[in-house]
Design a protein around this ligand. Structure first.
Ligand SMILES: [Zn+2]
Length: 277
């Protein structure tokens, strides 16, 4: 599943191909993904100019000059492919949507498992939409700081692992990065949220930003080559300290412990029992 850093890179990859271009045609090859495609979708976007592309949590927002925003979530397996005007496009299986731009370039949404979705919302509708209205601050925003986090956690009796995954507390954090952050901070995923100290909140905020930023930078360096590979935006290689490393030696302390995996609310948590208290 693409996480926040991947979506950030998707937006960066789309921007030069799409911003200031007009949509001349939108083709959809089926009625729905996880939900139906928007009603009269092509009529509402054809002829409009793309003025901005940005990320909110794990959504790609393509803003048009007619007050509409194409909202894309890549689900579990979605990718967006940028096909420059000088390259031919040949439909492949699971290409569900093709946006054709006025310079002949194309942007294609491919999603084999179809857990992704595409919506069309106005600016006003975006604010009120159930996917966005209760969403917490972005991890890189000023609003997300140690005192905000501390106050929010004080109200929660669940474990810190679940709190950080809750999108109304902070937007866009997924399982992988929460495991990495808790490891770096030395905080057990089993700790009760309202027992986390203000100093630990400070550490958490710094670590969340650091780890996401590092992943975005790693993804950025893969972006330079995207034209030379298959043009797919949505995934890149990560180096993780603990995620997926059950049984391997704890990488950053001399504890001689190995990484443990436990199940919390249906998701795997990877951590070091010695380092994370
Ligand atoms: Zn350790």
């Amino acid at each position: 599943m693409p996480e926040l850093p991947e979506i950030e890179i998707v937006c960066k990859g789309l921007a030069p191909a799409m911003i200031d271009r007009k949509i001349v045609k939108l083709k959809q090859n089926r009625k729905n993904l996880r939900i139906d495609f928007p009603e009269n979708f092509s009529d509402k976007v054809e002829g409009a100019k793309i003025i901005n592309i940005r990320r909110r949590a794990k959504y790609v927002l393509i803003e048009l000059d007619n007050n509409q925003i194409i909202v894309i979530h890549l689900g579990m397996s979605g990718v967006l492919k940028v096909i420059p005007s000088d390259e031919g496009y040949k439909h492949v299986k699971h290409d569900h949507m093709v946006i054709i731009l006025d310079d002949g370039g194309k942007v294609v949404l491919n999603d084999p498992r179809r857990f992704g979705l595409v919506m069309l919302l106005t600016n006003e509708e975006l604010e009120e939409h159930k996917s966005f209205s209760s969403m917490g601050p972005e991890p890189f925003s000023n609003e997300f700081n140690a005192s905000y986090l501390y106050e929010s956690l004080q109200k929660r009796q669940g474990v810190i692992k679940s709190a950080l995954l809750n999108q109304s507390l902070v937007a866009g954090l997924g399982n992988i990065y929460v495991c990495e952050v808790l490891y770096q901070c030395g905080i057990s995923p089993k700790r009760v949220s309202n027992k986390i100290t203000i100093d630990e909140c400070n550490l958490l905020v710094i670590s969340i930003r650091e780890i996401l930023d590092k992943a975005i930078k790693a993804g950025g360096s893969s972006l330079k080559d995207y034209r030379h590979t298959d043009g797919n935006l949505g995934y890149f290689q990560h180096q993780f300290a603990v995620y997926g490393k059950e049984g391997e030696k704890c990488p950053e302390c001399d504890c001689n412990f190995s990484i443990k995996r436990i199940n919390q609310s249906g998701r795997s948590s990877f951590y070091c029992e010695k380092r994370q208290k």
